[in-house]
Design a binder for this molecule. Structure first.
Ligand SMILES: Nc1nc2c(ncn2[C@@H]2O[C@H](COP(=O)(O)OP(=O)(O)OP(=O)(O)O)[C@@H](O)[C@H]2O)c(=O)[nH]1
Length: 573
């Protein structure tokens, strides 16, 4: 697998694993956050349910007042009743809204609310009907039934309290004791209210308590004592909360001290047959305030659990934000690291690889990139630059050597003055041709020619002028020759031509052509003189296996000698 692909796959796998892990963490935190938010909301529902239960209990007070006593205070009592009913309705409406606002309203709680509203409406109708009657027409049995109707409301609303407490305890098991104690406080307040209500009928009738009422009072007092003991049990970390300790002390003092003492005094008066010395309203005015610390205990317990739930909610929210931020940061760091590694390692390595491959292929044209880096990869790239420079130097030196050798070879084969082949090169070429002629049974000819009276050129015009003449004659003859005809300087003012494979006659024709060309060419000298020169030609040809170059030269030389002897400027052979 290629490095870039391996890197991309590794990064993708790493990103996938990290995302999965982070996603799981975020999901867990999200669930914790959801549970904490739900738990808090349910705890608020518990609180609202308990408040509704309290308001329904409170409503019994003005009802007792309305139904119990003489008319002079009627207007005030109507006012109190209306206020109590308003408070109950508001508490129930708030509870209903809160239950309905949640994501999944509890069907049981909604049903209980519905029933409590119906029962409340029915109870209020009865109360209103009885209140409209003159006091003497209010049958005691009906009064008791009405009070019972009012009592029956609280157990129904307590169903919602229990329902929400259960849900809350599922989410926050640590609150179960606190919520239980809060419920005990609500129950205690309810029984305390009932205890007061048990005296209402006797107070209205200004009669001693009947036996049934006394039994009920005893039963309720027993239940109240039980609840008192239950509430005192340790309530986890709120047990040391100074607010709770103060509320418990106030409850002990006010209700279990003053409140129960007032009831005991009434019961005692009833037993002794003494007058009660107060009507229901006066009794309520003294008794009801003693129950307030019970609700304070409930409120402190609820406050403590709400505080803890809020703390748990804030912690869960913080953890969720932290998990999200950490997740995002981790992915960001991963992406940045991947970019850095790609930029600083993978890409330069690819450059280095490409540069190495180019070097090994002899391609030195491409520059090596990224050499300004100050790290190990930079060292590697710089080393490659040095390698490339070395290779370039080597290549340049090799080229120079080749050029030099070429020049040497050329100069070894070339006559320094005329630029045509020298005798050595001509001999080599001639031998090669001779082999060709022998192998193919062809005829090979040699033309030797020598400038006539050349000495006098030197003598009359100087050696340099002689050189010029040699150069011009060589150029002229080269110009006259055709493909395959070789020209060389044989020595001094003597030249040799080897035509392509041909016999003696054809060679003589070539020689004649050259002789005429030389004869016809005026040669202007530097000093302004124009020379006319001629040359003598000796031609020889040979063929067959036994032909030899030396012999051919020798024969041509003899023919040249003859041409000189016979008067120059002629072709012999
Ligand atoms: N300028 C110049 N002269 C050369 C060179 N090589 C040989 N010579 C001269 O060529 C002349 C040859 O003279 P000779 O051999 O007497 O022949 P010639 O004067 O040409 O007379 P013939 O060949 O008999 O017609 C000599 O004076 C050499 O010094 C050269 O490279 N440059």
């Amino acid at each position: 697998m290629k490095l870039t692909r391996l890197f991309a796959v590794s990064i993708a796998v790493l990103a996938l694993l990290s995302s999965a892990m982070l996603g799981r963490i975020v999901l867990t935190e999200w669930n914790n956050y959801g549970a904490a938010a739900d738990g808090l909301r349910i705890l608020q529902l518990v609180q609202k349910s308990m408040l509704a239960a309290e308001k329904l209990s409170f409503e019994r007070g003005p009802v007792n007042g309305m139904l119990g006593d003489a008319l002079p205070h009627q207007a005030l009592r109507l006012q109190r009743l209306a206020a109590a009913r308003g408070a109950s309705d508001r508490a129930l409406a708030e509870l209903q809204d809160a239950v309905g606002a949640g994501p999944a309203p509890s069907a049981a709680a909604l049903a209980a609310l519905q029933r409590v509203r119906q029962a409340l409406a029915a109870a209020r109708q009865t109360v209103d009907r009885l209140a409209a009657l003159p006091q003497e027409q209010r049958a005691p049995a009906e009064l008791t039934a009405t009070v019972e109707q009012m009592f029956a409301l609280v157990p129904i609303i307590m169903e919602t309290v229990n329902e929400f407490s259960r849900s809350s305890q599922q989410r926050y098991p640590q609150f179960s004791v606190i919520l239980q104690n809060a419920r005990f406080a609500v129950e205690l307040r309810e029984y305390a209210g009932r205890l007061g209500s048990q005296l209402t009928a006797a107070l209205v009738a200004r009669r001693p308590l009947d036996e049934a009422a006394q039994r009920r009072i005893q039963f309720i007092e027993g239940r109240i004592e039980q609840l008192r003991e239950l509430i005192k049990l340790p309530t986890n970390n709120v047990a040391t909360d100074p607010r709770l300790l103060a509320a418990l002390r106030a409850m002990e003092q006010r209700y279990f001290g003053d409140g129960l003492a007032l009831v005991a005094g009434m019961v005692e008066a009833s037993r002794a047959g003494r007058p009660y010395l107060m009507d229901t309203g006066q009794f309520a005015e003294r008794y009801v305030p003693t129950m307030a610390p019970i609700l304070r205990v409930r409120d402190v317990l609820l406050e403590a659990s709400l505080e803890q739930a809020q703390q748990a909610y804030h912690t869960a929210r913080r953890q969720l934000l932290l998990a999200c931020a950490t997740g995002a940061l981790t992915l960001l760091v991963l992406a940045v690291l991947a970019l850095i590694v790609r930029r600083r390692v993978i890409r330069p390595l690819l450059w280095a690889t490409r540069a190495l491959v180019n070097l090994s292929n002899g391609d030195l044209a491409s520059e090596v990139r990224g050499t300004r880096r100050r790290d190990e990869v930079g060292d590697l790239l710089r080393a490659l630059v040095a390698l490339r420079a070395g290779a370039l130097d080597k290549r340049r030196l090799e080229q120079e050597r080749q050029q030099l050798m070429e020049e040497l070879r050329r100069s070894a084969d070339t006559d320094y003055l005329t630029g045509i082949l020298n005798r050595r090169a001509f001999t080599a070429a001639g031998q090669q041709r001779m082999r060709g002629a022998q192998e193919n049974d062809l005829s090979l000819a040699v033309i030797l020619f020598d400038i006539d009276h050349f000495k006098s050129v030197n003598d009359c015009h100087g050696h340099d002028a002689g050189d010029q003449v040699l150069i011009r004659v060589a150029a002229l003859v080269r110009h006259e020759l055709r493909d395959g005809e070789i020209l060389a300087r044989y020595g001094g003012e003597e030249f040799v031509v080897m035509p392509a494979y041909c016999d003696l006659n054809a060679a003589r024709v070539v020689a004649e052509r050259l002789r005429r060309a030389i004869e016809a060419e005026p040669l202007p000298l530097v000093d302004g003189h124009i020379l006319r020169i001629t040359a003598s030609f000796g031609v020889a040809a040979a063929s067959g296996e036994r032909a030899a170059l030396d012999g051919l030269f020798h024969a041509a030389d003899l023919a040249l000698y003859r041409a000189k002897h016979l008067g120059r400027n002629r072709v012999e052979g």
